[in-house]
Ligand binder design. Structure first.
Ligand code: AMP
Length: 491
């Protein structure tokens, strides 16, 4: 079996790898590092959780260890679709460059241009950026890309979903033809294939198995659920979620709860909190400091439930998530793979449970086609509860049932967060307050989405499926994308 020491990495990089506790390269690392060190282009087909970040950072650092950066001319460039992913890549660089003197700058929205300009002016070895922000800097004349020797595109399929492909093509064209390109994508959509054919030169193709879909270490299940009445479905669905969580008990040390829409991320997080669960939301409309705080809390174990949208959670590296709860069936089957890939990382066991309402059954069928397996049907915990209690008419079983349960102490041993001081309000009250918000907010997100439609791929990403509600990335694209676009177009 290949060891890191067999890989010809710079000894100071090796030392940092050892100190990080890694001995054996993962398959994507073993496959991508040698050709990258030889200066070849690499096309890595791998998703997060496979160790792909180190598969490009380690050879990059080794190659950049010699030489010095010049003012405003970064020597390498890493493009990431989201701020969080960019920040994570930056952390990787910090870890592996600790014994070397390499400089880096992170260009992401939500951080002042001034600070970033200062760093670039001094000259950086590694520039890590989201595409919009990079082009903003470029257009302000603060940055030259003609010194880029190595360019990395990370999570290209997500770039496609977010409409970044025209930006990526433009950035490619601003860098020297002779650059080395390391290109990573979880899937090879035709548009991605086209880009790689255009901009990569005889790449070494390294493909690793879809860890999440084939991983036997992730137990999967779906609860088929139909609300007793249409107007109660949302609150009953949240109740189903609570029951699922409770049924997992102490086995659920921490979890990411995925919703399709930002508005639902907020509602579900608020609702869980009201019921005494330690939960916080993360999505693109929250300000950066709040997102960072929430993520830090989740990483260090002080926050137990992270309620997230796809884009916000994409690529997040939280090594020990015991559970993923899909509050909604994702409308893009690919997202299911990414979502459940948050658990069962690095060989640990994980569990992924999804709630499916009738209108999402088509999307569920798409997912099962993609992962080529049937996701086991689990009993609806509400139905089980009803069966064991007095027969009650479905329409009558809403909040009242839950009240005594809430006063009972829940098995939350791992959850250090204090119980709320106020008794939680009922879902009915919650709904009364929240439902209008949802109705008010939804339409306002629509124009934002269309104003950001920078490529034809957006239409695909936000597309309706079989008359279902329109969900998907359009609702989740971080606000900064819209902002940077506006700034550019006005000046
Ligand atoms: P990534 O796919 O880059 O998001 O990495 C997923 C996780 O695997 C991160 O927590 C890394 O720190 C970890 N990791 C990276 N390389 C290795 C390795 N060779 N052995 C074990 N874990 C690793």
């Amino acid at each position: 079996m290949t060891k890191f020491t067999d890989l010809n990495l710079n000894p100071k990089v090796l030392k940092a790898v050892e100190e990080a506790g890694y001995e054996t390269p993962t398959p994507i690392q073993a496959g991508a590092i040698p050709p990258a060190l030889e200066g070849k282009d690499v096309l890595g087909i791998a998703q997060t959780g496979t160790g792909k970040t180190a598969s490009f950072t380690l050879p990059m650092i080794t190659l950049l260890a010699r030489g010095r950066a010049r003012a405003r001319m970064p020597r390498s460039l890493v493009l990431c679709p989201t701020r969080e992913l960019a920040a994570q890549v930056a952390e990787n660089f910090d870890t592996y460059t600790k014994h070397l003197k390499l400089t880096k700058a992170l260009l992401i929205g939500g951080v002042s241009f001034k600070e970033q300009d200062k760093l670039i002016d001094k000259g950086v070895d590694v520039l890590i950026a989201t595409p919009g922000r990079l082009l903003d800097h470029f257009e302000r004349g603060k940055l030259l890309l003609t010194g880029v020797q190595i360019m990395v595109v990370d999570e290209a399929d997500r770039m496609l979903d977010m409409g970044f492909i025209p930006d990526i093509e433009r950035i490619f064209s601003l860098t020297p033809f002779t650059r080395q390109t390391l290109f990573f994508s979880a899937t090879m959509a035709p548009e991605i294939e086209r880009i790689t054919n255009t901009f990569l030169s005889a790449p070494e193709r390294v493909e690793v198995a879809r860890q999440a879909t084939t991983g036997e270490n992730i137990a999967q299940g779906v609860v088929m659920f139909k609300g007793s009445r249409k107007d109660r479905e949302a609150s009953e669905k949240r109740k189903v979620l609570r029951h699922i969580i409770d049924a997992e008990g102490d086995k659920c040390t921490n979890a990411i709860v995925f919703c399709n829409r930002k508005v639902d991320v907020d509602i579900v997080a608020k609702s869980l909190k009201k019921y005494g669960y330690d939960a916080a939301p993360i999505h693109g409309d929250l300000d950066q400091s709040q997102r960072t705080r929430t993520l830090d809390g989740f990483r260090d174990g002080t926050l137990r439930f992270l309620v997230a949208s796809d884009v916000a959670a994409r690529g997040l590296d939280v090594p020990s998530v015991s559970h993923v709860f899909n509050f909604d069936v994702p409308s893009h089957a690919e997202d299911y793979v990414h979502r459940i890939g948050r658990t069962g990382r690095a060989g640990r066991d994980g569990k992924a449970i999804m709630i499916c309402v009738p209108r999402d059954e088509r999307n569920l069928a798409d997912i099962e086609r993609l992962v080529q397996r049937e996701i086991p049907r689990l009993d609806n915990p509400l139905a089980a509860q009803k069966a064991s209690a007095e027969p009650v008419k479905a329409a009558e079983t809403t909040e009242q049932e839950d009240k005594p349960k809430r006063s009972r102490s829940r098995s939350r041993k791992n959850d250090e967060a204090p119980q709320p001081e106020k008794p939680p309000v009922t879902e009915a009250a919650n709904d009364a307050g929240d439902a209008p918000v949802q109705d008010k907010k939804a339409p306002s997100e629509e124009p934002k989405r269309s104003s950001r439609s920078r490529s034809s791929s957006r239409g695909k990403a936000g597309g309706d499926r079989g008359g279902n509600k329109v969900v998907g990335l359009g609702d989740h694209t971080p606000e900064f994308i819209g902002l940077s676009f506006k700034e550019r177009s006005t000046g």
